[in-house]
Write a protein of this length. Structure first.
Lengths: 111, 113
């Protein structure tokens, strides 16, 4: 069974601080996706990483895929209250579109 | 472009009752997914359709859950009879194909009492 472990599960920080969320597995994934989910809404895709070692940037968010395609990280620089939400990583196994999600990281950014 | 539509948004039922959820995917999307998201956890895939055929239903509790997508467009997910542990948000997602971005609906929050 493929599993994705996210850490930390909860994070409460002050506006302006930096943070990193980790997503780890013992399995290899063909791609890894990061989503953000707000209360009462479905997850919204932020980024997909495909190549081992790949780094993608989305404004203040930096995503990295591990060389072995088993782990990933999300780094947020100078967090803002608008970044508050549930961050989910999801790995795709093969090319089926089937996603295996981590348990999520709840981020609260206080003004 | 309209997103994935789900109804109802909320449902409260007693255990052993039955319930059905409806999903209308984005127009032209061939692949449709149903996920279960229990509070504090990430979504778990229940079933995946490609047009009106089932691609993966390995994690669907088939003794009580069923899903169909008869015409390859709308889909319904049914639970009969419901158990307390079925309390969760049921998310529908759709994508153009198997390897393309999936778009999620707002979900249906089910509470079984």
């Amino acid at each position: 069974t493929q599993l994705l472990e996210q850490s930390p599960q909860f994070l409460s920080i002050q506006e302006g601080e930096n943070l990193t969320v980790y997503c780890n597995s013992s399995s290899v994934f063909s791609s890894l996706q990061w989503y953000r989910q707000e209360p009462g809404e479905g997850p919204v895709l932020l980024v997909t990483v495909v190549t081992g070692g790949e780094v993608k940037k989305l404004k203040r968010l930096t995503f990295q895929f591990g060389d072995a395609r088993k782990d990933s990280s999300l780094h947020i620089t100078a967090a803002q209250p608008g970044d508050t939400g549930l961050y989910l990583c999801a790995g795709e196994s093969g090319n089926t579109g089937k996603l295996i999600f981590g348990q999520g990281t709840t981020l609260q950014v206080k003004p | 472009e309209a997103g994935v539509a789900q109804s109802p948004r909320y449902k409260i039922i007693e255990k052993r009752q039955s319930v059905a959820f409806w999903c209308n995917p984005i127009s032209g999307h061939a692949t449709l997914y149903w996920y279960q998201q229990i509070l504090g956890q990430g979504p778990k895939l229940l079933i995946q359709f490609q047009n009106n055929g089932v691609v993966d239903d390995s994690q669907l509790p088939k003794d009580r859950f069923s899903a169909e997508r008869l015409k390859g467009v709308d889909s319904t997910l049914k639970i009969q009879p419901a158990k307390l542990e079925d309390s969760a948000v049921y998310l529908c997602a759709s994508s153009l194909g198997l390897n393309t971005e999936a778009f999620f609906g707002q979900g249906t929050r089910l509470t079984v009492v």
